[in-house]
Design a protein. Structure first.
Length: 384
């Protein structure tokens, strides 16, 4: 905690964990810049979050002692690494990956249809997120179980601030990456995405092991949990809104907009960190250099100052205002892949069903900080 600074709120308080969205909404209106020991200075309003995103000179992304390429870097270092990874998410590789991703979605959905009822998070969302990511990177499907377990344990350890467990988990993940790199020492750059990264260069040299591990860790550890959470949010919302289901079945071209709007209402990612590089002021509150700042995505995207009727699904929003993937130079480089995976999954789900319904005998259970979305989501499906 900063010297003599009392906490304004506690992100781990039971009242907050019971309904994170409502708690963040309340903070946005009453304490839009608030201090906690866990998150440092949390920023809840859309315009303040956008200010931080666009002022990378005052708010640095270099928040970790470990190598974190490129999202944990600032220009000019960030620029070189960002330029290196962006081609992996360009239209051509996304188009090439599309049929693979669609098959993964179709297979999981068909298995669910056979049972007619599914615990969506455990049986579909988590497996899809891991299988799609492994397929994209060229990793073996045998990693599905270990990666799902790792994601769960990492979430729990983060909430508990169990630093020993977090260190052990970091070591375990590094070992997974080392094993994948070792398998590709003798193959060319076209073998798969992981092999391609191993042949990339920064200046006159190839990426070193720490840099490779950092990029792959960011792509995998962050992607899997967030993708699973996003799919759970999307399916719960659609199952609770029959009219929207029907509209998207008849007008599939609307699916990409609907996905972004649903995830604006109920975000899959709670927060990201920055650190101040110099003294700044937010909402009249002075913040010294070297302080942690947390961008509260869910709250910012539900700010009525930017989104009238913020908790309602509307077709007339300005997509440019949606901070689902951030903004500025650090906007999520993997957004094209995330959008592709979600679009294909929802297209397959709606195309193979005539109705999605929530199971009235097993109400959804919410995930708790640092996760978002749902822990439990029982859904009934009617095949087309």
């Amino acid at each position: 905690m900063t010297a003599d600074r009392q906490a304004d709120w506690d992100p781990r308080a039971e009242a907050v964990l019971r309904d994170q969205r409502a708690a963040y909404d309340a903070m946005r209106e009453t304490r839009p810049v608030a201090y906690s020991e866990l998150l440092g200075w949390s920023v809840f309003r859309h315009d303040d979050v956008l200010r931080v995103l666009l002022d990378h000179q005052s708010f640095s992304n270099a928040v970790s002692a470990r190598v974190s390429a490129p999202n944990g870097m600032d220009p000019p270092e960030h620029t070189a690494y960002r330029r290196l990874i962006e081609p992996y998410f360009a239209p051509e590789p996304m188009q090439a990956f599309s049929p693979v991703c669609r098959r993964i979605a179709a297979d999981l959905i068909e298995r669910s249809l056979a049972a007619q009822q599914v615990e969506f998070m455990a049986e579909v969302a988590g497996p899809f997120a891991v299988r799609a990511q492994c397929a994209f990177l060229g990793w073996p499907l045998a990693l599905e179980g270990p990666l799902i377990d790792w994601t769960r344990r990492n979430r729990d350890a983060t909430l508990a601030q169990d630093r020993q467990e977090l260190a052990e988990l970091a070591s375990q993940f590094e070992q997974i990456i080392v094993e994948q790199l070792e398998r590709r020492r003798e193959v060319g750059p076209d073998a798969d995405v992981t092999a391609g990264l191993m042949h990339q260069q920064i200046g006159a040299r190839r990426l070193n092991a720490a840099e490779l591990a950092s990029i792959l860790r960011n792509w995998t550890a962050g992607e899997v949990g967030t993708m699973a959470a996003a799919l759970g949010i999307l399916v719960q919302f659609l199952a609770a809104h029959d009219q929207l289901q029907s509209q998207l079945r008849s007008q599939p071209a609307l699916v990409p907009y609907a996905i972004d709007e649903i995830l604006r209402i109920d975000g899959p990612l709670v927060a990201n960190r920055r650190v101040t590089t110099r003294p700044v002021e937010l909402r009249g509150i002075p913040i010294a250099a070297g302080q942690r700042v947390s961008l509260m995505w869910i709250s910012a995207n539900r700010d009525s100052r930017v989104f009238p009727d913020p908790y309602e699904f509307r077709w007339d929003r300005d997509p440019a205002q949606n901070l689902l993937y951030g903004a500025g130079i650090h906007v999520c480089p993997g957004a094209p892949l995330a959008r592709l995976e979600m679009r294909l999954f929802i297209e397959e789900l709606l195309g193979r069903t005539t109705q999605l319904r929530l199971n009235p005998d097993a109400p959804p259970t919410r995930a708790r900080f640092p996760a978002s979305g749902y822990d439990g989501l029982s859904v009934r499906l009617q095949a087309a």
